[in-house]
Design a protein around this ligand. Sequence first.
Ligand SMILES: *[C@@H]1O[C@H](CO)[C@@H](O)[C@H](O)[C@H]1NC(C)=O
Ligand SMILES: *[C@@H]1O[C@H](CO)[C@@H](O)[C@H](O)[C@H]1NC(C)=O
Ligand SMILES: *[C@@H]1O[C@H](CO)[C@@H](O)[C@H](O)[C@H]1NC(C)=O
Ligand SMILES: *[C@@H]1O[C@H](CO)[C@@H](O)[C@H](O)[C@H]1NC(C)=O
Ligand SMILES: *[C@@H]1O[C@H](CO)[C@@H](O)[C@H](O)[C@H]1NC(C)=O
Ligand SMILES: *[C@@H]1O[C@H](CO)[C@@H](O)[C@H](O)[C@H]1NC(C)=O
Length: 397
Amino acid sequence: MVSVASVLTLAATAMAAAPVGKYFDNYIFVIMENNDIADVLRSPEYNAYIKAGVEFTDYHGTTHPSQPNYWSTIAQSTFRGIKVSNVSDNDSSDWGQVIDGDNGDDVFDITGVTTIADSLEAAGLSWGIYSENYPGNATNCFLGQGYGTENYPGVDADHQGKTNRLYKRKHNPFVSFTQISGNTARCGAHVFSEKDWAAAVKADKFPDYSFIVPNQVDDAHDFNANTDRTNLTKTDEGIEWSAKWLANFLADVNKSAYLNSRRTLIHVTFDEDDSAYDLNDSTDPAVQATCKDLVNNCPGDKTNNQVYGVLLGSAVSCYTGTTIDGKFDHNSIVATLNDNWGLPSLGNSDSYSAAVWPLKNCPVQHQYQAPAATNLYSAGVKPIAAAAAAVAAALLI
Ligand SMILES: *[C@@H]1O[C@H](CO)[C@@H](O)[C@H](O)[C@H]1NC(C)=O
Ligand SMILES: *[C@@H]1O[C@H](CO)[C@@H](O)[C@H](O)[C@H]1NC(C)=O
Ligand SMILES: *[C@@H]1O[C@H](CO)[C@@H](O)[C@H](O)[C@H]1NC(C)=O
Ligand SMILES: *[C@@H]1O[C@H](CO)[C@@H](O)[C@H](O)[C@H]1NC(C)=O
Ligand SMILES: *[C@@H]1O[C@H](CO)[C@@H](O)[C@H](O)[C@H]1NC(C)=O
Ligand SMILES: *[C@@H]1O[C@H](CO)[C@@H](O)[C@H](O)[C@H]1NC(C)=O
């Protein structure tokens, strides 16, 4: 785990050199897993966040399966068609393979490609990725696929004790790029775990750009039997668990004097939808026929990989409760960061078409109004008392 001192150094360096953003000075990205927007919006907490922030009404994942979506968020490409010279999991059958979509969650080492990390560093902006249960540290850049056989409170029996479950390399996109994975010092200075995030919270010092990856349970990927709510589907349960995780995460961020003294933009989304998988996995030939091309977002998928997206934080405090209605996908993140901080185009395959979010320039922080309680729990499910309190707290961010 990185020491508090090195977190302090990181932030101090950034404060000395970082350019001022057009609309925000700090970006915090939280990415959840594999759920349709309709299911996410049944969650009272996720629903409350769109009322307390700025809602994306037409935001999309870029492809299936997961990993290329993560690459899109930092490098504006799914890298489909790229021939990769090697893989670091020692599976020789993958050597020399082309990334074709279906194999998109495999371990690839991508060489010679610029990511947002390179642009941020060149501009004097600090960055870090915080992956929950990441087993590496400052001197050990962990490149394995997954980690641990840990049990997790609330996980149902089917999912207990499974290997490589909580941490997933495919959700830690920066280590796919050899300029990071092949440089232990650079990896150690930017690729962190949730313990390092806790240290940052404690020290109240954060990088300018933070990529937050909850583990396979907290990101709603694995369903779990945690809930005392009634009549939720298993999908709902996973979403509710992640909502509780998110409420706690946001409550910590809210307490940060540092983040609240700057224009902080918190972006919460999901990597991809789930209905494309349901169509692809159906045993009904008629249903299967509607989804012949999962990678290109499955023409039978009526929402075309639409996912939940919201902006929170002091940077949007002057237009909360509004929506951003244009069509955006994960490639728009780097486009918006580039626009905000005056960074150069990455020049990757989806760099040129990516649209920039229409942000406004809020002069100050902390103008949130908590939505009325009746708005919070309109979805007909009973809130867990603790989660409800945490949500109410997080809404004050
Ligand atoms: C690929 O990686 C394996 C395992 O690390 C190594 O033994 C092999 O030499 C590498 N091959 C190439 C072409 O780099
Ligand atoms: C690849 O295999 C070699 C030889 O078995 C081993 O030393 C090395 O640690 C392996 N690398 C990874 C990333 O698993
Ligand atoms: C970093 O990880 C390596 C490999 O697991 C371990 O040997 C080392 O003690 C760790 N260092 C710290 C500071 O935790
Ligand atoms: C769950 O739904 C069923 C069917 O609608 C209903 O009969 C039952 O009372 C519900 N359970 C609770 C605890 O609300
Ligand atoms: C899609 O369905 C096909 C046929 O059942 C299956 O082989 C493939 O693994 C599925 N793809 C994904 C990404 O689930
Ligand atoms: C959120 O931050 C604001 C401003 O610092 C503060 O007034 C409020 O009490 C905080 N809420 C929580 C739950 O910490």
